[in-house]
Design a protein around this ligand. Structure first.
Ligand code: RP5
Length: 162
């Protein structure tokens, strides 16, 4: 079965990463969750990216804040799809992280979700995996149906209040 590698630049990013881990678990996808920093442990980042494919990883999620170079550095060393997850910061509310991740030079894309968008990072990984694994694609259809049912119920409840 599929495996998603989830990296974060610091243990302090874990709360943002958790929703990604949770949604992947909910879909029965294995995760490998690591603290690896582009700046503080660059050798580990290089080694991880170089061996990810060989180790059965199919999609990578890289969470980082501030000068958030992790996703870009990992993407430099692998052809696996890399999803960047910008972490909110005190100084700029995460705009610093977002721009550091999303503004990649041509040739090295990092598919970037919103600031603290852990669940969307997980869902995007699932959508990528869904191309190969029909059972994941089917579960995604069910997920969307459940979301639609909830929003319709919320709308109906609101009409009752007004
Ligand atoms: C980044 O610096 C990390 O991804 C984290 O978001 C930020 C702050 O790290 P800590 O100082 O909390 O370890 O590399």
């Amino acid at each position: 079965m599929s495996k998603v590698g989830i990296l974060m630049g610091s243990k302090s990013d874990f709360e943002v990463v958790k929703p990604a881990v949770n949604v992947l678990k909910k879909f029965g996808v294995d995760t490998e969750v690591r603290v690896i920093s582009a700046h503080r442990t660059p050798e580990e980042a290089h080694e991880y990216a170089m061996n990810a494919k060989k180790n059965g990883i199919e999609v990578l999620i890289c969470a980082a804040g501030k000068a958030a170079h992790l996703g870009g550095v990992i993407a430099a060393f692998t052809t696996l799809p890399v999803i960047g997850l910008p972490v909110k910061t005190d100084m700029m509310g995460g705009l610093d992280s977002l721009l550091s991740i999303v503004q990649m030079p041509a040739g090295i894309p990092v598919a970037t979700v919103g600031v603290n968008g852990g669940e969307n990072a997980g869902l995007l990984a699932l959508q990528i995996l869904g191309i190969k694994y029909p059972q994941i694609a089917e579960k995604l259809v069910e997920y969307k149906e459940a979301m639609k049912t909830k929003i319709n119920a919320d709308d109906a409840a609101l009409q009752e209040l007004l």
